[in-house]
Design a protein around this ligand. Structure first.
Ligand code: PXP
Length: 254
């Protein structure tokens, strides 16, 4: 689906739960953050229930689902336990992600080519349950074609390598990674797959990626939760919204 319209912002609240869990109590409450973010202009809330429950816990997912008025994007690994939980909670969307216990964050996209037969029943069962399935993938042609053959309606392109190249000043790599994102988004759009993006985004990278017309949603967490220490969550969400809208406008004027 090619958009060019307003780009949606999904706030990932995992790291509000990380701070809460550092003390083992109930504060800060990720559901309070979700409510505030929606009030400040977020179009949805994203949360990742990891196998080790290092941040978001089962009860957080249930409370977010019961409390917020905007769509919940439930990130999970393709395991039987997670499938049962997701079908029970019935979020608006599930984003299937690779998960390694030792990683700090989701390091890369799903192996949708090699893992095709493992992923197929998850996509089918979640879809049957009325949940929109997204696959978190590298911005690669083969991955997008595999997502199409899995009948996933949505892909989320992993922006981590691009953002890391910018952060470390490797401009040659940054340009090459941006080209990968641009052509992957173009291919997904051409094939009728809805295209999202996320990982490592900040104001500047969100402004830049907003120029790709096929991308309709960004999921952003760590940077915004960090910024909220300095300016508050409402202001960081509003500033992100503004950066995304500026990028979109620049695209439309181009
Ligand atoms: N999208 C997906 C699928 C993710 O796994 C993550 C990280 O959990 C994000 C977006 C957000 O990444 P970040 O926290 O770096 O903004």
């Amino acid at each position: 689906m090619t958009s060019g319209g307003q780009l949606r912002l999904g706030l990932n609240i995992d790291h509000v739960a990380t701070v809460r869990n550092a003390r083992g109590g109930t504060r800060p409450d990720p559901v309070r953050a979700a409510l505030l973010a929606v009030e400040a202009g977020a179009d949805g809330i994203t949360a990742h229930l990891r196998e080790d429950r290092r941040h978001i816990r089962d009860e957080d997912m249930r409370r977010i689902r019961a409390t917020i008025s905007k769509p919940l994007n439930f990130e999970m690994a393709a395991t039987g336990q997670m499938l049962d939980i997701a079908l029970d909670i019935a979020p608006h969307a599930v984003c299937l992600v690779p998960e390694k216990r030792a990683e700090r964050t989701t390091e890369g996209g799903l192996d949708v080519v090699g893992g095709h037969s493992h992923l197929a029943p998850f996509v089918a069962e979640l879809s049957r349950g009325g949940i929109r399935v997204s696959l978190f993938i590298e911005p690669d042609t083969d991955a997008i074609r595999a997502a199409l053959s899995l009948r996933a309606p949505v892909v989320e392109l992993h922006t981590g390598a691009w953002c890391h190249a910018i952060e470390t000043g490797d401009l040659v790599k940054a340009e090459a990674e941006f080209e990968r994102l641009r052509s992957a988004a173009g291919l997904a759009g051409g094939l009728g797959i809805e295209c999202h993006a996320g990982h490592g985004l900040d104001y500047e990278t969100a402004r830049q990626i907003a120029r790709l017309p096929e991308i309709v949603e960004l999921n952003i967490g760590h940077f915004l939760v960090g910024e909220s220490i300095f300016v508050g969550l409402a202001e960081s969400v509003a500033a992100m919204r503004k950066a995304m809208d500026e990028g979109r406008k620049a695209m439309q004027g181009a």
